[in-house]
Design a protein around this ligand. Structure first.
Ligand code: FAD
Ligand code: EPU
Length: 346
């Protein structure tokens, strides 16, 4: 492997690696390479790397990306670390977290400091910088509920810009950074507003049942976090053992009319209220359609969670993408619902 060094003013030297293997940098475990690879551990390095000519892709923990093949430009890995309290009042604490910090480490930090708001988001893989990209969510909470602001570097100019919540246009697995401002900014840090006397949110899914099984009566933040960790471990495959990127598809929101038709045919179809219609679990559709646990070549739908596509060892990104297209077309043909991918295809 070849490397060369670039100079970051008033700071340090930055290593650029050529033809760098990315297997360890994507949770699908795909054996692809980057023409160039660099890791930025501070904001000066992020700004310097923005000046690099040619295509660039911003990478955090690689837990929501599918590489179709080798990347022909620079993979810029965001790795700046740090968690700092910047302000507090009687009820709340504002915490600025650098983008390269692991999301779950931040959750553990919050739980440790008895600050509430992110405990339901325990054990989500990836970095803090990627969390606003799709407004990560689980167990009834999305980060928009604790989001204050973020600092981002505009790739074209190297300028630092602050984004407040309204500007981020958060939605279900959505933000402005996946839409109008796609590939235009590097998120450098995120400020969260956490609660000193939090209202616990244990109504969703199996949380209260799991707490009961744990023998808990009055749950603490730590116990809610532990319950979420336990549920997630029982449902989702560990990428260290079986390559995956969590939910491959989003849960579709369909019209009331289509929902009424489906419900007439499948009276037990699970459903949740949504802003512009009815949300139904993609995992249910995929399972009903017979794909759950099905393996095709080196890929397939996980046996415990139909929404999770897996790499059984030697899959290529293209193979997983082609399989996902088959699932999309099959579900569409049988239920009239078109699934959208959650995973970012590179
Ligand atoms: P990456 O995969 O590296 O990147 C994702 C996208 O964000 C890419 O488009 C990338 O270009 C961009 N990006 C990354 N960092 C930055 C940055 N600093 N600035 C600008 N752009 C950036 N997600 C959920 O919402 N809820 C879940 O419950 C959940 N469970 C999961 C379970 C498993 C087992 C796995 C493997 C994934 C799961 N995910 C879940 C998906 C994933 O963990 C999240 O989307 C996470 O936020 C991705 O973080 P990352 O650092 O790995 O991002
Ligand atoms: N279901 C099935 N078969 C399956 C899987 C699910 O029928 O194989 C049905 C069941 O009715 C179940 C319902 O789907 O009750 C919901 O399943 P689950 O609670 O496992 O959640 P999900 O909708 O599959 C979503 C998120 C997850 C998040 C969990 C918990 C999306 C796309 N996925 O999954 O996020 O962790 O809820 O809140 O919204 C991710 O985004 O990567 C991710 C893992």
């Amino acid at each position: 492997m070849q490397a060369f060094i670039i100079f970051v003013p008033q700071n340090h030297l930055l290593l650029m690696l050529k033809n760098h293997p990315l297997r360890a940098y994507n949770t699908f475990g795909l054996a692809v390479k980057a023409k160039l690879f660099a890791e930025a551990t501070d904001i000066a390095s992020l700004k310097k790397l923005c000046q690099h000519d040619g295509p660039k892709y911003i990478l955090g923990g690689g837990s929501n990306v599918l590489f179709k093949g080798d990347y022909p430009g620079l993979i810029l890995r965001v790795a700046n670390k740090g968690i700092q309290v910047i302000r507090e009042d009687a009820e709340q604490v504002w915490v600025e977290v650098q983008a390269g910090e692991a999301w779950h480490q931040f959750v553990l930090w919050a739980v440790e400091h008895e600050l509430g708001g992110v405990e339901n988001l325990s054990l989500i893989p990836g970095t803090v910088g990627a969390a606003p990209m799709q407004n990560i969510g689980a167990y009834g909470v999305e980060i928009e509920s604790v989001f204050d602001s973020l600092e981002a570097i505009e790739i074209a100019t190297g300028q630092q810009v602050t984004f407040f919540k309204e500007q981020c246009k958060f939605g279900y697995r959505e933000s402005i950074f996946k839409q109008a401002l796609k590939n235009q900014f590097i998120i450098a840090s995120v400020t969260f507003r956490l609660q000193k006397n939090p209202q616990l949110n244990i109504s969703y899914g199996d949380i209260s049942k799991t707490l009961e099984e744990m023998g808990v009566q009055q749950a603490s933040l730590r116990q809610v976090s532990d319950a979420v960790i336990q549920i997630r471990r029982s449902k989702l495959p560990d990428p260290a053992e079986l390559g995956n990127a969590g939910s491959f598809f989003k849960n579709p929101v369909i019209s009331q009319d289509l929902f009424a038709q489906l419900q007439a045919e499948y009276p037990t179809i699970p459903n949740y209220p949504a802003v512009n219609g009815v949300k139904i679990p993609a995992g249910w559709l995929i399972e009903q359609d017979g794909w759950k646990g099905k393996q095709v070549g080196n890929t397939g739908c996980h046996a415990r969670q139909a929404l999770v596509l897996v790499n059984y060892g030697n899959a290529t990104g293209q193979e997983i993408l082609d399989f996902s297209t088959r699932v999309i077309e099959s579900v569409h043909a049988h239920y009239g619902v078109r699934l959208d991918r959650e995973v970012n295809v590179v």
